[in-house]
Design a protein around this ligand. Sequence first.
Ligand SMILES: Nc1nc2c(ncn2[C@@H]2O[C@H](COP(=O)(O)OP(=O)(O)OP(=O)(O)O)[C@@H](O)[C@H]2O)c(=O)[nH]1
Ligand SMILES: [Mg+2]
Length: 292
Amino acid sequence: MGKINWFPGHMKKTQREIKENLKLVDAVIEIRDARIARSSANPDIDKLCEGKPRIILLNKSDLSENKVTKMWMNHLSSENVKVLEVNCLTGKGLNQIKPTLELLLKEKHDRLKAKGLVKIQMRVMVVGIPNVGKSTFINKMAKNNIAKTGDRPGVTKSKQWIKTKMDIEMLDTPGVLWPKFEDDTTALNLAFTGAIKDEIMDIEELSFNLVKRLQTRYKDNLIERYKIQEVNEDPLETLNSIARKRGCLVKGGEIDYNRIAVILLDEFRGGKMGNISLEYPNEDISNEEVEG
Ligand SMILES: Nc1nc2c(ncn2[C@@H]2O[C@H](COP(=O)(O)OP(=O)(O)OP(=O)(O)O)[C@@H](O)[C@H]2O)c(=O)[nH]1
Ligand SMILES: [Mg+2]
């Protein structure tokens, strides 16, 4: 994964804009992908937003494992950071946004009220990695499809203020990654879930890595979805079985790796393999469960 460039110039620009607009907002709403609650945290944005009241939304919780998402909620919350589990497609969990903001901003609001202010308008900035659901979230809060959304990274091109129905103004921002990933696992997690453009990835290699990963903790999901007998110790053999079951063959009976890659990535991202979490707050727990 060494050579790909996932940090184009417009991300640098957005990072700068986030910094500039911080002083205009009361709080930051950071959206993460519940399936990769660690890898979807941008360390640069983390640093930029330090000291600002923050809500972390673990979005796409319809696709993650419920008990793992609950573990993350405990793990990530602190005095200045509140964590909510949400599904921005249905709106589940979003009724907690306003009360949580009010809780975080209570001291400030009490001061304003003491000065005689009756109606308090809140302003928040919505940040996160590409394709995580920032614009979908804002549209849901606005009860209006103002912001453009799409099932690929890089849909939002520039920042945009949007008024929501809850007296909260929200700044939508383009998704940002960071120039150097900690390790290949982080990069793969981001690619599996669609935060990095497929166009700059080798999707055949990516789908192989997806199978390799899933067949540790989620082998039953693979067996059930693709009606294969068993997973093979060699993930390539598992991938081959899946491809045969799906008829992804070219002339002469060879495997069509590109076609099965598209299917696997699409079905994983669409939740067709069931509820899957790729990261756990305590990796030891996941290892135990993998072995058990
Ligand atoms: N399953 C599921 N899909 C979601 C959820 N929220 C958003 N999506 C989908 O995720 C995709 C990306 O949504 P966007 O709102 O465009 O994401 P974004 O963070 O604004 O992306 P960029 O503007 O590219 O950075 C869309 O296909 C949404 O329908 C959710 O809670 N569950
Ligand atoms: Mg967007």
